[in-house]
Design a protein around this ligand. Sequence first.
Ligand code: E4P
Length: 208
Amino acid sequence: MQIFIDSGNLDKIKQLNDLGVIDGVTTNPTLVSKENKPFRQLIKEICQIVDGPVSAETVSPDFEGIMKEAVELSRIHKNVIVKIVNTPQGLKAVKECTRKGIRTNVTLTFSAMQALLAAKAGATYVSPFVGRLDDINEDGMQLIRDIKQIYSNYGFSTKILVASVRSIDHVLESAKIGADVATCPAEIIEKMFLHPLTDAGIKRFLDD
Ligand code: E4P
């Protein structure tokens, strides 16, 4: 399973990329707004750090606006994946992007039917938001199981990118289900390295 960092913070991205654990990056307008940099410049700099897919989100609600942004964003760097919201206009744009060879990540996906439509539109990635489903007492990870089954029933090539990851358990379950990618905040990736018995073991070896 690939691990992407869900962040726009260049220091964090660089720090974890240097450890060799990052396969790609996802951003969204909220994450970008926390950094003091123009959006496109930020995406360009992220692409210079990480040699892997970097998702950059469109914000237009209509097909024409999304397409204009998609073409511009895809020209920033060959690794840019255009993130498009899972709406009828968005999926129309995904289909057109697929035709033009622009890779896409269909975001704000909350149901298996939305994921089915994203795959039929030719999305490169689909981003189901597990944490936000858990927040409203739904089962985020069940959505990943459902999408995995549907995509394998029909051999869709759209990759399942588990998003809105809030815990190590989300990552563990994603790996057990066979999701293609989990995009995680830096704190979650940092926690993946840790086990108290590793620390205790190091101390005992050094003492001895
Ligand atoms: C995914 O691409 C999103 O950027 C992100 O995972 C959303 O996470 P949140 O629900 O914690 O905001």
